[in-house]
Design a protein around this ligand. Structure first.
Ligand SMILES: [Zn+2]
Length: 143
């Protein structure tokens, strides 16, 4: 249920474990073992040791989580892979040329690669759109 929140928290640079196939007890154990906050929409699970996310939309959820855990200062956008949670490493143009579609390569100025899954990211219209969404959310969260 919180897939979108997980993805966006990663885009903001946070280390997020997300797996729908892990059951509640395992999640509680993992959270304790790895010192993670457990975010859930499930009241029962929250009562056992999680944080109950109340937001009705994913934007509200992000604002809520940033506020609840005081994450404002820790935001590092586009430093983590939204797909696998791996850290992103910047790569130079020369390296990127072999990995990025030609048009994107021409337009983009910055490139990075996921250390874990090897996905390549670059700035472009998609990134600009995401930045706008993030700016709005961060501003909301700081109110
Ligand atoms: Zn990745």
């Amino acid at each position: 249920m919180l897939g979108k929140l997980a993805r966006w928290l990663r885009i903001l640079g946070f280390d997020v474990f997300f797996d729908c196939n892990v059951d509640d007890n395992q999640l509680l154990l993992l959270a304790r073992k790895e010192g993670r906050a457990l975010l859930t929409k499930d009241r029962e699970l929250a009562a056992k040791g999680g944080y109950l996310v109340m937001g009705r939309t994913w934007e509200e959820e992000i604002e809520e989580v940033i506020r609840a855990f005081h994450l404002e200062e820790a935001i590092k956008p586009f430093t983590r892979c939204p797909v696998c949670n791996g850290e992103l490493k910047e790569i130079d143009r020369e390296t990127a040329k072999k990995l990025v579609p030609p048009l994107a390569f021409q337009r983009a100025t910055r490139f990075s690669i996921c250390k874990k899954c090897g996905r390549v990211y670059w700035d472009g219209t998609h990134m600009t759109r995401m930045k706008n969404v993030l700016d709005r959310i961060i501003k909301e969260a700081q109110k």
